[in-house]
Design a binder for this molecule. Structure first.
Ligand SMILES: [Ca+2]
Length: 312
C-alpha cells in the first residue's frame, strides 16, 4: 500500500455499519487506528454536510475528497448523444476512486507552487496555448474563484497535476461510469432534463444566464441534487473535463470490453460533461467533445482518479 493510500481516510461507506467496517480490518492495532480515523473523518463529513449522502468518500494524501466507484459492468454510449457515442456497448471497469468535484483554483495553486515550470510565465509553449492560466499571475488567481473549478488548463497540465497528486486523468469509460452508474441513465441524477426554473441540477447555459444561480462557473459542489450514483458532483455542467483518451469517432465499434483506454494515438483528447456555456442537451454524460491537448479555455477543467489497490 502506498504512502498516500495509507493516508487515505475512510469517511463513510454506503450501508456499512461500524461493526462491518471493523470486521474487515486485518489486525487489532490497525483496527484501533482506522476506527479513530473513521470517527474523525465522519466528523469532517458531517461538518461538510455530506454525511447523509451515504457514499464512500476518502481523502487522499493531499486532503482531496474522492469517491469510490466499485468494479462494474455498464452500457457505455447512447444513441441520443451524437454519432461518435455509438454504438452503445457493454464494458467492465475495474474499481477506482474519482475526485468528488472538479479541481479548484485553490488546489491547482498548490501544484503551481510545487512545480514552477507549470506557472503561466514558465510553461513550455508545446504543452499549452497562449490562453494557459489566462486569469493567473504567477501563483495568484482572482480570490473570488478560490472554490471554483480551475479553467484555462491544457490536457498536458491537467495530466501533470494528476500525476503530482499521485493519480491520473480518468479514462472516458471511467468518467462515464462515475457520472451515470449502471442503470442507463443519461444524466448523473437520472432521466430528468435539466431545467433550472424547476430544480437546480447543474450549471449550464440558461436564459437568462443567471437563472441557475451563476453567470459563469459555480463553486464546486453547488448542485448536490445533481450528484451521480457514486456521489460525484458537477459531472454535468460547470466545466468540461479532460479525460485521458484520444478521440476517435469510430472507437466504440472496436472498443475492448475490459477497461478500455481509447486509441493508441490521435490528434484530439476527449472532454466530457458540458459546461456553464452549453445547452442542457450537451450536459448528457454520454456526449463526447474533442480538443487539441494544448487547448486552454474558460469552459474546460478536470478531475483526477486513482486506482484502487487490492484490499481497499
Ligand atoms: Ca463538470
Amino acid at each position: 500500500m502506498s504512502n498516500e493510500d495509507t493516508k487515505a481516510v475512510l469517511v463513510h461507506q454506503r450501508n456499512a455499519s461500524t461493526d462491518r467496517m471493523i470486521n474487515r480490518l486485518p489486525s487489532p492495532k490497525t483496527r484501533i487506528v482506522r476506527c479513530f480515523a473513521a470517527m474523525a473523518a465522519v466528523t469532517i463529513c458531517i461538518s461538510t454536510g455530506w454525511a447523509d449522502l451515504g457514499h464512500r468518500v476518502v481523502r487522499d494524501g493531499r486532503g482531496v475528497e474522492m469517491v469510490r466507484v466499485s468494479t462494474a459492468t455498464f452500457v457505455m454510449g447512447e444513441f441520443d448523444a451524437g454519432i461518435d457515442a455509438q454504438p452503445p456497448h457493454e464494458v467492465t471497469i475495474s474499481a477506482f476512486y474519482i475526485d468528488r468535484t472538479e479541481v479548484t483554483y485553490e488546489q491547482f495553486r498548490d501544484f503551481l507552487l510545487a512545480n514552477p515550470e507549470w506557472q503561466r510565465e514558465n510553461v513550455d509553449p508545446l504543452l499549452a496555448d497562449d490562453s494557459y492560466l489566462n486569469d493567473w499571475s504567477g501563483v495568484e488567481y482572482p480570490e473570488h474563484l478560490k472554490d471554483h473549478p480551475v479553467r484555462w488548463v491544457s490536457w498536458y497540465s491537467a495530466a501533470a497535476y494528476a500525476e503530482w497528486r499521485g493519480g491520473r486523468l480518468p479514462t472516458e469509460a471511467e468518467w462515464e461510469l462515475a457520472a451515470r452508474g449502471t442503470d442507463g441513465r443519461p444524466w448523473p441524477w437520472g432521466w430528468e432534463t435539466p431545467d433550472s426554473t424547476t430544480r437546480p441540477l447543474c450549471n449550464y447555459r440558461t436564459d437568462p444566464p443567471e437563472i441557475d444561480g451563476f453567470l459563469l462557473t459555480a463553486p464546486v459542489g453547488s448542485y448536490p441534487a445533481g450528484d451521480s450514483p457514486y456521489g460525484a458532483l458537477d459531472m454535468a455542467g460547470n466545466v468540461w473535463e479532460w479525460t485521458a483518451d484520444w478521440h476517435d469517432p469510430e472507437y466504440y465499434a472496436e472498443s475492448p470490453s475490459l477497461d478500455p483506454r481509447g486509441p493508441d494515438r490521435g490528434t484530439y483528447r476527449v472532454l466530457r460533461g458540458g459546461s456553464w456555456s452549453v445547452p442542457a442537451s450537451w450536459t448528457r454524460s454520454t456526449v463526447r467533445l474533442r480538443a487539441y491537448p494544448t487547448r486552454c479555455s474558460d469552459q474546460v477543467g478536470f478531475r483526477c482518479v486513482r486506482d484502487v489497490d487490492d484490499g481497499e
